[in-house]
Design a binder for this molecule. Structure first.
Ligand code: TRP
Length: 362
């Protein structure tokens, strides 16, 4: 992950209580990034390209699938505990939601009326603008500042734009943290930490280790929506890079890598073939795979340790009865959150609470 690129902010519009800022991406184009991934061995594709307008729509459908348990399980946890969660951080919150998409989960928090400001961030501009306007219409007490950005590279530029509020809460939902390899996940938590002041919070949803069958069903659903979502990457490159991928000659593959506690998503070439991507012709062997995404599965202890190393102390964690999914609330500790102060006996242990819905049978 390249976090050094600079981006420029542009206020693209506002109406009362709603602002939009778009951060222009840096010099490295999609074509360069995609070709770099296709030249590497094994081949890979940066997963952020999954989320164009079509990909964002498909991902929304994934979230509603019976086979995909994370969204409804996390939603049930949030519905039941939103008030408690926000009261632990304090009144008058500015809620910052990276990867907000349709802002569905952000709304669950706003309904508690504990927040005066909402800052949804998403890489997909069109999707974000509509959602932000809708949030502003529905929550007249909240000022909304939507920021279209690749938050992996632009987070540092965000601080001056944040609306004033007594406390900040970063809300990172959907097990998106699981889509990073652990060192990158830790570094993202570190950048979240830098955006916060002492006493501010991080509310984060992550997926828990469980049996292989449930996991593979969630990432290779019986309706084929996840396959379409993954294959949309190739359709997007055809649309935007003038590539000539034949979508019928690639297939979606999801495998659980138990040693690494992660689901891996791949696109597999069903035959030896060459594909034009921009200025290059890329060769695929039969059954060769491109890695498009990983989704790491954690234990509560493992996640707490990673958060502690980034300067976060856990206040509480909530899970569904089947322990499929966890939502952890962390606080940025004093002394700049020196990691060494936060491990061991410095950590307050709080027993996990459960909610009544979500889980295995659903
Ligand atoms: N954050 C989601 C997850 O890890 C992303 C996701 C769900 C995803 N299904 C996918 C990414 C399929 C790529 C392909 O659960």
């Amino acid at each position: 992950m390249d976090i050094s690129r600079t981006q420029t902010a542009q206020l693209v519009g506002h109406r009362s209580r709603v602002n939009f800022t778009r951060f222009e991406a840096g010099a490295r184009t999609m074509e360069e990034e995609v070709l770099a991934g296709l030249r590497s061995s094994p081949k890979r594709i940066p997963s952020k390209y999954l989320y164009d307008a079509e990909g964002s729509r498909l991902f929304d459908r994934i979230c509603d699938l019976p086979d995909y348990y994370p969204t409804r399980t996390e939603t049930a946890i949030l519905k039941e505990h939103a008030r408690t969660i926000l009261d632990l951080i304090g009144p008058d919150l500015c809620i910052i939601e990276p990867g907000a998409g349709a802002c569905g989960k952000g709304r669950l928090l706003l309904e508690t009326r504990r927040a005066s400001a909402f800052v949804p961030l998403d890489i997909s501009t069109d999707f974000l603008q509509g959602a932000a306007l809708d949030v502003a219409d529905n929550f007249p007490h909240v000022s909304v500042h939507a920021v279209a950005m690749d938050f992996l590279t632009g987070l540092d530029s965000l601080k001056p734009l944040l609306p004033p509020a007594a406390k900040r809460l970063i809300f990172y939902a959907g097990s998106s943290i699981g889509n990073f390899d652990p060192p990158d996940a830790a570094s993202l938590l570190g950048r979240f930490h830098a955006l916060l002041d002492e006493g501010d919070g991080l509310l984060i949803g992550y997926d828990l280790q469980k049996d292989r069958d449930a996991l593979t069903r969630a990432y290779d659903d019986s309706e084929g929506v996840t396959a379409s979502f993954n294959l949309n990457l190739l359709a997007r490159f055809n649309r935007e890079l003038g590539a000539d991928f034949d979508l019928s000659r690639f297939r979606h593959v999801a495998v659980y890598n138990e040693a690494k506690s992660r689901i891996e998503m791949h696109l597999e070439s069903i035959a030896a073939q060459r594909v034009r991507v921009g200025k290059e012709s890329v060769a695929f062997d039969a059954f060769e795979r491109m890695h498009t995404e990983s989704s790491y599965k954690y234990t509560v202890e493992g996640f707490d340790a990673m958060a502690a190393a980034s300067g976060f102390r856990r206040l509480e964690v909530w899970m569904d009865p089947a322990s499929y999914f966890a939502v952890g609330l962390y606080v940025k500790d004093g002394a700049g959150g020196s990691p060494s102060l936060l491990t061991g006996h410095g950590m307050k242990s709080v027993k996990a609470l459960t909610v009544a819905s979500g889980g295995r049978q659903a």
